[in-house]
Design a protein around this ligand. Structure first.
Ligand code: ADP
Length: 350
């Protein structure tokens, strides 16, 4: 059975979307963290504006909730351009994309989320659109088939993906700017929470926000979600004020531990330590054990566990580390590998 969790890569429901939209920064100066990416974007935007040209195509990649959609909207806003948003799985046939592209004006932005999930025909249809701002459209079939070249206005494509590795090389090479978004540090997450708390008119001090930040797995979306959960808890169980005690008890209720790990993270580690004796174990096998989607584990669970140094990815599969076992209070027993040298193996000789 899949575990219900606060931390998810799934598209957010309407209430959460509204909650997020109101908290989304609209301009570059409102964006907190990701300084290197922001600095490079500032230069690119200023240069494009000076030349009076649309921006080159941009790809943002990194784990969910780090701000890819937010940055796409900010970039379009800074360029004074309209943005049209869609996602890879929504574009099932060339005609879907044709409809979007033919309505786009010069300088406008087309945002494609989960761009690694575009079907091959749609992706191939995209190549001339990105490179030469034209599409080749085939009408009729068989003997009567003919290709029509349809010129497009010069637009900017912004793609977002959690898996840059799954993007084909021809697609990747058509982006002029590729930016990797990294997990946020606690100081930046505290600033993000401070901004959100102000927008939501919450009564709290910086220490409390810092506590939520340390449990947010380096991810603004999780930080904002936890803030919302704590706000609800404070309204029902307290006087509405966010105190350290309220934060502690509400996160305990959400089963979020001191490092921000939730039940799914812990189940992942426990399965690796118990069922697979520390690993190596293949991701498909772990997914089957947990009854979870492989994609959820790879997109949402693993990146933070890797960042913490709790899991190692090797050619033979995933392995748990000593730190992870210590965190969970499990016994760590490293299985000997060929890298450890011959002395660890039982040679069979007396
Ligand atoms: P992604 O597209 O990478 O999954 P989003 O752009 O949807 O992530 O970001 C999730 C939420 O995190 C946004 O709604 C926004 O409130 C918040 N957020 C993201 N990046 C920032 C930032 N740099 N500063 C402040 N808030 C941010």
């Amino acid at each position: 059975m899949a575990i219900d969790r606060v931390i998810t890569s799934e598209s957010k429901n309407e209430a959460e979307e509204n909650f997020n939209v109101s908290l989304r920064p609209k301009q570059l100066r409102e964006c907190i963290g990701q300084q290197k990416v922001i600095d490079k974007l500032k230069i690119a935007i200023e240069a494009a504006k000076k030349r009076n040209e649309p921006l080159e195509h941009i790809l943002f990649y990194g784990p969910p909730g780090l701000g890819k959609t937010t940055l796409a909207n900010v970039v379009a806003n800074e360029m004074g351009a309209n943005i049209r948003c869609t996602s890879g799985p929504a574009l099932t046939k060339q005609g879907d994309l044709m409809g979007l592209l033919s309505n786009i004006n010069t300088g406008d932005t087309l945002f494609i989320d989960e761009i690694h999930r575009l079907s091959t025909p749609v992706e191939e249809f995209m190549y001339p659109a990105m490179e030469e701002f034209r599409v080749d459209f085939t009408v009729d079939s068989g003997l009567h088939a003919k290709t029509i070249n349809f010129p497009l206005k010069r637009f900017t494509l912004i793609g977002a993906t959690t898996r840059a590795g799954l993007l084909s090389a021809p697609m990747r090479s058509r982006f002029g700017m590729l930016y990797h978004l990294e997990f946020y540090n606690t100081a930046d997450l505290t600033l993000i929470l401070k901004r959100s708390a102000k927008l939501l008119q919450l009564n709290c001090d910086e220490g409390t926000l810092n506590l939520i930040a340390t449990r947010s797995r380096g991810t603004p979306r999780i930080a904002n979600r936890l803030l919302k959960r704590v706000r609800d808890y404070a309204q029902v169980k307290g006087q509405g004020e966010l105190t350290t005690a309220i934060v502690e008890s509400s996160l305990k209720m959400e089963q979020i531990d001191g490092l921000g790990l939730d039940e799914l993270d812990r189940s992942f580690l426990r399965a690796l330590a118990g069922v697979y004796e520390g690993g190596p174990a293949g991701i498909e096998a772990i997914a089957a054990t947990l009854g979870e989607e492989r994609d959820t584990l790879e997109d949402v669970v693993e990146p933070y566990l890797l960042q913490l140094g709790f899991v190692r990815r090797t050619n033979r599969g995933r392995e748990i580390t000593k730190q992870a076992c210590e965190h969970l209070g499990l016994k760590y027993s490293k299985k000997p590998t060929a890298d450890d040298g011959p002395e660890l193996f039982d040679s069979g000789q007396p």
